[in-house]
Design a protein around this ligand. Sequence first.
Ligand code: C5P
Length: 404
Amino acid sequence: MATAELAGKHLVLGMTGGIACYKIAELTRLLTKAGATVQVVMTEAATQFITPVTMQALSGRPVYTSQWDGRVPNNMAHIDLSREADAIVIAPASTDFLAKLAHGMADDLLSTLCVARDCPLLVVPAMNRQMWQNPATQRNVAQLRADGVTLLGPDSGPQACGEIGDGRMLEAKATYEAISSFFSPKILSGRRVLLTAGPTFEPLDPVRGITNRSSGKMGFALARAAQQAGAEVHLVAGPVSLETPWGVFRQDVQTAQQMHDAVMRSVADADIFIGVAAVADWRVAHASEHKIKKTAERALPSFTFVENPDILASVAKLPHPPFAVGFAAESGDLEVHGEEKRMRKNVPLLIGNLGPLTFGLDDNEVILFEAGSATKLTRADKQTLARALIAEIAKRLPDTSLIR
Ligand code: C5P
């Protein structure tokens, strides 16, 4: 599916030598699926890890590996390839290639292309942790940043060599998200966004509990869209099995009370709060410390419930609240209940899910309730819708100078 950020973009994808070259096959697929054209350029070393044939098949374009490639009519591949590009992305970027870039060396097609470029350069490092920590590498990285090069990653974790630490390349999906983010309009630049997402889990005993069918997809999509719009994003997530969007700070919680406490600790810093979580309204007053046993003689268990705090309403009640946005999933008559709920929660904007069965689905249709109007947005997949909602929220923000 083409995405707004990458559709029609032309990328030079420069590959250098490293085992992470296998991730670039998937990255190329994601970029082309999003509507970008991908021109692969490989160093000699990269061809030892994955073949140009594979990269040609995935990108749908001939791959360049040599400065002396006669296929470019004027024989100036190093100039022509970068002039067509919206950006050059080096992935994986080896220790050696970072050093070459930092010193402006130009001794093969890819390095010459980078020196001759007139477009942004994004670099995705991939190397052993000692190579990454080496002072020479760190000097080169600092120099590249000072030169305006954008570094994506590296990640931390187990490495192909068996060691654990910083230096591994971001996964293909995260690299793809970081590249999309680079091209997104920065309509929330300088803003801090706090979100809740997913269900909560209220324990009955150490193994059982009450939860709901919220998948967290809409909240995670909004967190991703806000990050891509340039915001600093803090996502407080209930129990969900979703990957953290690239660049988002995620805090996992289980219960409504924990979610409330996490939000209240951070809300003073937020310019925008978006409550997407399906928070349990009640919890068991005294969850059992031990697993409740099922025995022939024992009567059926019964529980006393107490009310959970309303996180959204608590945020809206603060003396200097951030711009607070709520969500509502109603089982009927959304038009009436949506506006009524917005007023009861005392928020400027409430987003109503049309139809109660959006839990877990990949697309959604919503109505925006605000004082004096209700606006329907067209049905779309949750990521497209999230982008549209972030644009709608950005439009309604008070002027930065008026924000606390
Ligand atoms: O009252 P209701 O649960 O329908 O309201 C939904 C909105 O309120 C959502 O934005 C949800 O995240 C928020 N909410 C909350 N804390 C609660 C209950 C709901 O923040 N305890």
